[in-house]
Design a protein around this ligand. Structure first.
Ligand SMILES: [Zn+2]
Length: 164
């Protein structure tokens, strides 16, 4: 928690300190304690007007305040603002692997995800793609043999005829 440059701390040090203390002293039931403090809860809602929509959770507001966020974070892939709620106070907008994406589509197409997937494949199979494993090659040849009587279906008589 960086308090020096935190705009919310500069806005009202006392409220900010109260919030931090509640979070520290009641890691499980902090929401209960915050809601009991009517002045604090009013302050929280007031200082993050971008999150005034009832869709936004108290956790998202608290996350913005303690991390000094004044706008929605940008998606790592498409740079558009991530307008959803935080998953959990500790994780924030990050996934468990530490990335910030606006959507499933961006998460899937990201180069970071692709390189992560390749690294996992290398760890597990020693090659960067599952289709390069011996198991896959054997299975592929076997299926081709069964179906077309040749090791590589692309070279079968049927496939050649289809191409013409
Ligand atoms: Zn995106």
């Amino acid at each position: 928690m960086v308090t020096n440059n935190n705009p919310y701390c500069q806005l009202d040090q006392l409220k900010f300190k109260t919030l931090c203390e509640i979070l520290e002293n009641h890691p499980r039931s902090y929401q209960c304690f915050i809601k009991k403090d009517t002045e604090l809860i009013a302050w929280i809602s007031r200082v993050v007007p971008q999150l005034s929509d009832p869709y936004y959770t108290l956790n998202t507001k608290i996350f913005w305040i303690i991390n000094g966020l004044t706008d929605f974070p940008a998606c790592e892939e498409c740079q558009s603002p991530i307008k959803r709620n935080v998953a959990a106070l500790k994780l924030g907008y990050k996934s468990r692997k530490g990335s910030c994406f606006c959507s499933h589509a961006c998460a899937v197409s990201s180069s970071k995800t692709l390189s992560y997937r390749r690294a996992t494949c290398i760890d597990k199979y020693g090659v960067d793609s599952f289709t390069k494993t011996e198991w896959f090659a054997e299975k592929f040849e076997q299926t081709s043999m069964d179906r077309y009587g040749v090791k590589n279906a692309g070279g079968s008589k049927q496939a050649l005829e289809k191409q013409i």
